[in-house]
Design a protein around this ligand. Sequence first.
Ligand SMILES: [Zn+2]
Length: 318
Amino acid sequence: MPACLPCAWPVDRVNQTTRGSCSGLSSNGPSHRPGKPPGPARADPRPAPGSDRRLWVTLLATALSGGANVGRVKASPEAQLRLLELADLDAELARLDHRRRSLPEIAQLEQVDARAGELRDGIVMADTELGDLAREQSRAERDVEQVRARIDRDRARLDSGQVGAARELENLQSEVQSLLRRQSDLEEVVLDAMERREAAQGRRDALAAEQDTLGQQSAELTTKRDAALEEIAEQAAKAGTARAAVANDIPPDVLKLYDRLREQQGVGAAALRAGRCEGCHLALNTVDLRQIRAAAPDEIIRCEECRRILVRTPDSGL
Ligand SMILES: [Zn+2]
């Protein structure tokens, strides 16, 4: 008598039990799913002698539909409980990773760096302004010196008595008066440049003082951040070591399934407590609970809702 490959059930019994739903049976060989390569062996859904025939039909029908809670990989109940420890450690590692990335010191340092950049730009601008003002002041001072020298020369001529003509004397005196006014104007320019230079220097000094304060803040924040990162790294190393030890107690195919689910869902395994999946927090229906109750202790159960591995515990409510 040929047997169905996925469920290993005799073909005539499959046809009887599922009322012909096993239409994949062909002359080339029995299969529930023609055209698909045979996958790993499914959990054997055959009933234990004397068990309820209706439950067996449910289990078989679910297995045939591919939506069974009961998975194909197996692990001892102890190894399954280790999955919960693994999930706790992975949650701890994820929490540490989140803490590492969201340390307040990191955001504060970014603000300090941004302000330090503004200060650097401000100081460059202040230095440029100070240079311009220094040149303006020097130019005005040179002009004052030239005018003063000319006044001295004119006065020397006036005092020497060499200028005899009244007209020439008058012109020279007039020029001295004019030069004195020009000197006064130029001295005003010098004073104005000095005042603006002083104000610019004050602004530059304030920026430099803030830069110093910011440098101290940056050093303190860096120290705090590095200390926090070191503490997180120590905790992560401990959790990583513990995780490796726990993972060692879990069959490789179960671990692979768990890791794949964790990548997809964030959490790979959850406890079944009081008839509720602690992964998605949904209560299982009576059909699912009946299937789980009937499943062998080493079967890997999956939550119908979130597809996480559902680990049975003493308070699962089964
Ligand atoms: Zn769930």
